[in-house]
Write a protein that binds this ligand. Structure first.
Ligand SMILES: Cc1cc2nc3c(=O)[nH]c(=O)nc-3n(C[C@H](O)[C@H](O)[C@H](O)COP(=O)(O)OP(=O)(O)OC[C@H]3O[C@@H](n4cnc5c(N)ncnc54)[C@H](O)[C@@H]3O)c2cc1C
Length: 413
């Protein structure tokens, strides 16, 4: 393959697909290239491993009332649940009563307020700085935080929770958020199985070297994850400028992985879908989503370094550990009821390398710097570039649309 176009878009995740649609509508001649054999990137619904759709990546329509995918779900007849996000806490022996659970929520809200206030005051330190470490709920708060941010509060900046636009509506998609995104963008032409290896942007034209040949273009939009940028999976000639490399280095790749279990019969009859969190000394950064959509199912959510180290050992190790935790909380008898199990493998996927981005303490305006173009010919999008919806599918989508607006201007189209 050797071709010429206005714009090459690298990556067919939510950002790249949204960009492709916007660029085509603006009249640009584009090529969208994707390393994997499927579209969606971190939006991926597995239709075969379990008896019902299982989202390996995004599952919740975050900030649902301002999330464009909520409208898409309505149009395409995808079902989502609007129940509040309920949490039950298990201390290794018992479920905590309502009074204790309410006390945890109070501490959680107070601590998030403190972190947000610090961010508003320009205090770009680790979120952990603002947790009262003497409070008995401090450990559980850190695990809850890590479940959202995919990194511990010791490693991530106040700016992320402070700047995130949160409407407190987190609505899971029953048919799969990945399936929703794949259906919405099914009409977009994509070169699948076509990893980009190099971008030569020093000459008159930009040359994009792919597994299937060279593409000549006027501009490139890179939408790949922060982990792939850090691993230099794409080589830039000349090298990216220092300010861009510094921005890439000030953002981290968080980790979040799942193990879904399907049971022979429904062990949670009468229970609403909820999260079961572990509390106690030495418990890992993990929680179970119980009875999702009323299914005979429980899904382990692991996060942070715990998820990274465990899932890097492979699927079997992750399933074995998840079974141990399942037995400790719900009883050993439940293990005999398992008929299917599936573990995600984001950490081992060379085209993703983790879950989603977080800003490191002192990271400042690294997300804005990551989004900034280089010489009006290298453009960047993807969740890590979003100013207020980073880590999400809708933030990735908006970043793709915004990048195309800048590209259209730059190319004078
Ligand atoms: C476990 C987990 C749970 C999550 N939960 C939620 C949630 O509930 N709600 C939510 O909104 N978000 C959630 N997210 C985050 C959300 O999935 C991502 O933020 C979003 O999908 C990222 O989209 P993107 O386009 O920025 O990147 P990606 O989806 O990573 O797309 C980038 C694409 O680039 C491709 N690529 C990489 N390198 C190359 C190369 N060299 N050449 C060509 N192609 C390349 C990749 O294969 C990939 O398809 C979750 C993510 C994970 C992992």
């Amino acid at each position: 393959m050797q071709s010429t176009c206005d714009l090459v878009i690298i990556g067919a995740g939510a950002a790249g697909l949204a960009a492709a649609r916007a660029a085509t509508a603006a009249g640009l001649n584009i090529e969208l290239v994707e390393a994997m054999e499927r579209i969606g990137g971190r939006a991926y619904t597995d239709q075969t491993s379990l008896p019902a759709p299982f989202d390996h990546g995004c599952q919740w329509l975050h900030s649902a009332s301002i999330n464009p995918f909520t409208k898409v779900a309505d149009q395409l007849d995808f079902r989502y649940w609007t129940n509040p996000f309920e949490i039950r806490i298990h201390d290794g022996k018992w479920w905590l009563n309502d009074q204790l659970t309410a006390a945890f929520w109070d501490f959680l809200n107070l601590t998030y307020d403190r972190i947000d206030q610090a961010a508003a005051a320009g205090d770009d330190r680790a979120a952990a700085t603002f947790i009262d470490q003497d409070n008995p709920w401090a450990g559980l708060f850190a695990r809850n935080y890590s479940g959202y941010v995919a990194a511990s509060p010791a490693h991530s900046s106040t700016y992320d929770t402070g700047r995130y636009r949160n409407t407190n509506e987190d609505w899971p998609v029953e048919n799969g958020y990945g399936a929703l995104i794949a259906a919405h963008f099914a009409d977009i032409p994509v070169n699948l199985g076509c990893p980009v290896k190099s971008i030569d942007w020093g000459g008159e034209e930009v040359m994009v070297g792919t597994k299937n040949g060279m593409i000549f273009c006027r501009a490139v939009l890179v939408t790949t994850s922060i982990a792939t940028l850090q691993a230099e999976r794409i080589k830039f000639f000349p090298l990216l400028p220092d300010w861009k490399q510094a921005a890439i280095g000030r953002i981290g790749m968080g980790h979040a992985e799942k193990v879904g279990f399907w049971f022979k019969r429904d062990p949670f009859v009468g229970q609403e879908m909820h999260f079961a969190m572990l509390n106690g000394p030495g418990v890992p950064d993990a929680a179970f989503q119980v009875h999702p959509y009323g299914r005979p199912m429980a899904t382990l959510f692991a996060s942070g370094h715990y998820a990274r180290d465990l899932f890097a050992k492979g699927e079997d190790a992750a399933v074995a550990e998840a079974k141990t935790l399942l037995g400790e909380i719900f009883g050993q008898d439940l293990l005999r009821e398992i008929v299917a199990a599936k573990a995600t493998q984001w950490v081992a996927n060379p085209w993703v390398g983790g879950a989603y981005s977080f800003l490191q303490p002192g990271g400042g305006e690294a997300r804005a710097e990551l989004a900034r173009d280089v010489d009006q010919r290298l453009f960047f999008a993807g969740e890590a570039t979003s100013p207020d919806a980073f880590s999400t599918a809708h933030g990735a989508h908006q970043s793709g649309v915004d990048a195309v607006a800048a590209i259209v201007k730059a190319l004078g189209h």
